[in-house]
Write a new protein. Sequence first.
Length: 480
Amino acid sequence: MFWRPTSLFTRFLVLMIAALVLALWVSNYVWVTVLESRRLERGQEMARDMAYSVASTMEFIRAYPREYRHIILNQFRDMGGSRYLVSINEGYIGVEPFLESDLKEAFIADFHSAIYEKIGSRLDGLTVEFANPLELRVYNGVRLVDLPDRWAQNSLIREPEPAPVLVAQVPIGEGEWLYLAGLLREPYYLSESRYLSADQLLFAGIMVTALFVVSWVMIRWLTRPLMKLANAARHLGIDLDYDLRPLQIEGTREVRETALAFNFMQERVLRFIEDRERMFSAISHDLKTPITRLRLRTELMDDSEAKRKMVTDLEELDAMVRGALDLGKSTDIHEHTHAININQLIRTFKDEYKLMGHEIEVRGIAKRPLYGKPLALKRSLSNLLNNAFFYGKEVRIDVVDTRSELKLYIVDNGPGIPEDKLEKVFEPYVRLEGSRNRNTGGAGLGLSIARNIIHAHGGQLKLRNRVGSGLEVAVILPRI
């Protein structure tokens, strides 16, 4: 599985680095291509110059009779009449090739072409090769390094490393081979790297590092307002008791417009919640007052049967009013967020239900605390456990803890819920037909309140019928 960046900051950073590396690769490729082209041009120019010089020297020596040629060579050595070490040998002297490369082959080919261009015909027997000066032999076996300095000074460079020597040999008569050896105008031309040098690579590395640091700072600066916006939206969705101040308007134009829209939305949401709280407070006061008056009037009634029915209706009405108020309050939990020890909370449930004669089986543990509102979460889970024990006799809690969320599965062995009503049971005052009555059960608000609390924590509440019998309630809570 390949790693994929998930955050906007990481994606921007990876994109910047990829673009930077690609730009450097393209620029370096062009740079190396241009350098290679220029190097080939330099090689062609040096090959032409050396070929013309060798051809001129060869024609000059061949113009003299055989008995005078050694005299001419001695004059060359004494007076410096040639930039090459020139000798006449009795035969061809073997040369060990040095620095095999495409550049060398191209140079030798250009050298042959220039000789042909200078003389007008190809020289039979002409051989051209580059040799290591420390191993090169001249004069029928004499090493170049063993010659007097005045003879070899134009043909030998030992430091910092031996420079290749061009050796040209051509027969000029029976039993006579003209031998010419000399350095290139740029002695280390063949040793040049076709790639970037260490200094160039170091410079490129420094530039990449500097641009990476600058990109990191700039992208962090650009994405900081978005991170603040995401943090504010997260707290607005799960914790209304958080200090929900308006966002500071900063960043690019698009981010500023988004922050303005969020501030406007947050203001309307908070105003709506405040208005709803006032409305429920008013309803609570306005409804409880007439219900209390009706209770007092009922006590004055003589008919015991009518009185009993009236009291029953009033108790049901009072329960419905209190349930409606609880439902409204469950979506607006005024409780601070704390670290909740889920394992301890489950142990508390086990102890409490054990006193009522119920056993809860627990599988799995939470690896770390969950941040949420303890009392509200306990109420939500208590409603779910009450339902589980009401419809089934055996209840189990499965705990699955991951890096991003905590899952609690409450499983019972009851009759389950028809598939077409798995979602409908979350609606207020909805009870399954024949499942309970108002004397033995609640008003049908338990699941609604439980889901509202879970949603207030940014989680999900899902129902699923088990194979065979029973219901599985999945409580999925995100870790924030």
